[in-house]
Design a protein around this ligand. Structure first.
Ligand code: GAR
Length: 201
């Protein structure tokens, strides 16, 4: 069993999709040990209660530096013997200190086809740019934002006349399918890194 911690800051729909996939046996070889949030009122915390997953709120304001915050985070992850960190809408940039500790053991999801439309509001940026194709990327984290080796990527065609809200809904549904798939592959030991390239065994 791979011990997972999910880190989220907001709604937590990806967290819920992953929790469901574990509960229903779509992901068999992993267990979500904890949800960690950096926002007291993150809706993800309510979802954690529903799935009876332990949830820990770390208040960033209690720490002088980012490194102090991350030391606390790492202590918690070590205590729970976490082997995979899953960032699911965790809106905090993690330093190279954290990245080194969880090298090739921390995933992130991004609602666009990286390397384009990095950062926040990616769906809106792609929509406003007028691209015909966008999608979702799951990747390992590295020192740069939305940058590490790509595990899975899937595209969506933007339909003529589609509203931003409609596109957002389709992108999120795709996220909820793709993230559990990537975690399943990791848990089954099927991801092999060759530099930036992630091979699926
Ligand atoms: C998701 O769309 C995720 O891709 C995005 O935040 C949202 C969180 O939603 N992350 C990024 O944009 C990272 N650059 P959720 O809280 O409902 O899972």
């Amino acid at each position: 069993m791979v011990n997972i911690a999910v880190l989220a800051s907001g709604r937590g729909t990806n967290f819920e999709a992953i929790a469901k996939a574990v509960k229903t046996g779509k992901i068999k070889k992993a267990k979500i040990r904890l949800l960690i949030t950096d926002k007291k009122d993150a809706f993800a915390r309510i979802r954690a209660k529903k799935f009876k997953i332990e949830d820990i709120f770390i208040n960033p304001k209690e720490f002088k530096t980012r490194e102090d915050f991350e030391k606390k985070l790492i202590r918690i992850l070590a205590n729970e013997k976490i082997e995979l960190v899953v960032l699911a809408g965790f809106m905090r940039i993690l330093s190279s200190y954290f990245v080194k500790k969880f090298k090739n053991r921390a995933l992130n999801i991004h609602p666009a086809l990286l390397p384009v439309f990095k950062g926040t509001k990616a769906i809106e940026s792609a929509y406003c740019y007028g691209v015909k194709v966008t999608g979702v990327t799951v990747h390992f984290i590295d020192e740069k934002v939305d940058h590490g080796p790509i595990v899975l990527q899937e595209s969506l065609k933007i339909k003529d006349g589609e509203s931003l809200a409609e596109l957002e809904e389709r992108v999120h549904s795709l996220e909820h399918k793709l993230y559990p798939e990537a975690i399943k592959l990791f848990a089954e030991g099927k991801l092999k890194l060759k530099g930036r390239r992630v091979e699926i065994l």
